[in-house]
Structures are given as structure tokens and as C-alpha cells.
Design a protein around this ligand. Sequence first.
Ligand code: BES
Ligand code: MN
Ligand code: ZN
Length: 492
Amino acid sequence: MARLPAVHVTTDDLADLAVDALIVPVFRGAIEAPGTDQALRALGLEEIPRDHGFRGKLGEVLHLAAPGQPWGRVTLVGLGRLDQLSDETLRRAAGSAIRAVRERAATVATTLVLVDPSDAAIRAVAEGALLGAYRYDEVRTDPPPIALTDVTLLVPSSLADRASGLVDRALVHARAQLVAADLVSAPPNRLGPVEVADRARELLPDAIDVEVWDEDRLGEEGCGGLLAVGRGSARPPRLVRLRYSPADPVASVALVGKGITFDTGGISLKRPSNIMDSMKGDMGGAAAVLAVFTALAELEVPVEVRGELCLAENMPGADAQRPSDVITIRDGQTVEVMNTDAEGRLVMADGLALSAEADVDAIVDVATLTGAAFRAIGKRATAVFSNDDDLLRQLLDASVLAGEATWHLPLWEDLRENLESDVADLDNIGRGDEAGATMAGLFLREFVDGTPWAHLDIAGPFWQDEDRYHLSRHGTGVSVRTLLRWLESTTG
Ligand code: BES
Ligand code: MN
Ligand code: ZN
């Protein structure tokens, strides 16, 4: 993984800071406001940037020389409108500013504009700065160097004691998210099911128990969903089972991740083929779950956490499953596979059934499950479905703290009957062409055996084509920080 800068907190005077660049956040409209000239001159700027077109729009950046100052340069970053200020706008501005300087400045400092920043605001700025420093460059032989080594946050002295603990948490969360981002962006020829299992063993600390079920074991254990999806590929499926067991846990939960390392659709081949490349990220759910486990011990999460990474490659090989095949899931239910491109729900069914057997207090799954989810709510938001209002509320609250847009969608009872198959217990796509994300959620619900459960459909936000604020292009590592916030706040 890319090396991240160290983040420091200081209450020192600005004048004592020798850094390559000073980042100065500016609200929209502030440049035009009276009094701004004076403030900017105090930073060593000779020229007041009215003519540069900089208006302080969120994430907008302007570099200015500051001759004779301990900081060589000032980078203005837009915070957007004051009346729209939130922890997330701070996170975004910090990310944009850091991305704009990371190739040319080794050391940067940033003021926070807020006179009395909340803990959440400090955490958000630190997270944004760390995430903005990241770029996926694992498979380039000669990536353009990232110069940035140190980021200093200037905070009011009243906050000095608390701030470094907050920054430490931000670092753990950001690092975990980037573990997931790296896995999502990794090329599928280099990262099949076996390789994801290897990465789990490499990346996870001793505090995490890792067990890997190969195809023989999956057969013995009745995991017919994973085996059916995996059989069209020369690369066999795997189930990676993770466990974190703190002393005296206050609760127990299971996380289940969809880990399709490449989704061609199988025999129900995807069309057009030129949109297939992002399907290397169809393991974004499994990547998020794995990444969460990298952080649990460091955060001292008081909850017992199990993880199931449901890994397979969905290929149309000679032994691939056929539309109309009937398979048997771990819990004994039979499924008629009417469309082999609805493969995620088949591998997840095994993982959910195993989680339900473990008698946990809650199950949360994460999956790049349906194109319908992003068509419904946009590609930047996660759709959440749940059979439990309390769990749903907890996850929505956690998503707000993380700044990961998440929206509740329904599991209409009326549509359940559309999942009935003519020959088996269930049909994997169901009748009708309405509410695709809901149909997938209803299908998954059949395997949780009444356990409080929530399903995060990340088919929109797992990937982005362009850099955007703190999130760099390609795999985003979405959901990792939401899940960590949720686990940190669980008190039993
Ligand atoms: N992995 C896809 C869903 C997806 C699409 C994720 C685009 C991210 C971006 C999933 O396996 C799939 O193919 N779903 C089908 C379901 C359909 C066949 C019922 C879909 O959404 O079209
Ligand atoms: Mn598919
Ligand atoms: Zn898929």
C-alpha cells in the first residue's frame, strides 16, 4: 500500500512553522469580503487572488507564492458555503487540498478556520488529508513520486490533548479504507479468490483468526452457492472465515462480503463487453470486510466480529453453471439459477447461512449487488436494506459520522412471491422487472433465519472513474469507515 504521511497536531504559532506549503481553507464568497485582504497579506501573500477566478467553491484549489515566509507557498482551498459547512465538507476540502500538493510538497500545515472545532471536525480533516494522499500505484513500475511526508494540523490550545487521539483513530480508519481500495483496484488476473485469501493471511494481525475453505471443504460443508458460481472459472472459489474475539465482548456480529474477483456474468454474459472492466471490483464487499478486520484490534472494538469473504470468479467456462440449473445452498434451500449474472446473491447465501448458524446478534453484509441500486439512488450512495429498525438506525447514524452517503430502500413484502420458482425453493432473479435492488435484498433475507440483518448494496460507490475530493479514482474502499464507526459505537 501507498505510504501515508504522518499527521501531527500543533498549537504553535503559525509564524514558527517551516513547511513547504501552508493550506488555508476559504469559505465561498470570503475572497470578495472586506477584511480578507488584510488576512491574506498576513500570510505573506503579496497578491490578493481576486483575478484568479478562485471563489472558494468546495474543493477548489489555488497555489500562491508567499516570498519571505517560513512556508514557501500558500494553497487556498475552497470550503464551499458557510451555511453548508459539515464534517463531510471539511473532509472533502482537506482531501482536495492534499491531493493538489502531495506531489510537490513534503511538509504541509493547515489551519482549520473554525475557532472551536469539534472532535468530529478534527477527525474529518485528518481522514480527508490522509485519504487525499493516496493513489493506486501498486502495478506501475515507476509511479510519479508522492513527496508528502508530514501534515501538521494547527489546532486551538484547548484541543491539544484530545486532538492526537482523534488523529490516531483517523489514521486507523483511513489506512483500513485504503486496504480495501487497493484490493478493488487490483487487476483481476493478479487477484483471484486464492490470492484474496493469501492477502487476508498477510494483511491481518495476529489478533484475527483466519480460516480458509477450499473447494473440497466447500463441498463437504454444503456451500453450493460458492461452488456453482466458481465452477465456470479455472480459478477455484474460496471462503475466508475471519474471527476477532476480544475479552468480554459486549455483543457479537457477523460481516459478510461479496467477493466476485471478476464478474463476466457467466453464461448469461454481460453486454456490452466494454463496460466489464470495473467488474474487477465486484469483490468490493469482501475487500471492505477484510479491511475492517485490519483495524478492530487497534481500535479496541469491544464486539466479537466474524467475517465471511465469499470469493469466486464468475466466468463462462466449459463447466460453468447454466441458466435453469438447480443448486443447494448451505442451509439446504434449493435455488433455480435463472440468470448466472445474479451470482452475488448465490455466494452471499452461503455466507449468510453460516453467519446465522453462528447465532450472532446481528449480521451486516456488503455487496456490489445490483446495477438497480445505483440507478435508483445514484452512483455515490450506498443503499441499505434491513429487517430490523434498530440495526438500520445504527448503521445510518454510523454512515453520517463516516460521511458515506447511505439511503434506506424497502423490502416490500408484496414482492416476496416473485422469488418463487416453478421447480425449486427460490428463483435467483424472480418474476417481473421491477425493484431489482429490493428483489436481491429479499433473496438474501431468506438465508439469515430471522437474525437482525442489514444489507449494504455498494454497486454505485465502490468505484469512481475520477478523483473526487478525498477519494482517489478507481476503487474507493466505501463502507469500511461506516462499519468501523458502527462497531466503535456498539455498546451491547
Ligand atoms: N456485480 C453485478 C452488479 C453491478 C453492476 C455492480 C454494475 C456494480 C456495477 C451483479 O452481479 C449483477 O450482475 N447484477 C445484475 C442482476 C440481474 C441479473 C438480476 C444486474 O444488476 O444487472
Ligand atoms: Mn453479475
Ligand atoms: Zn456481480
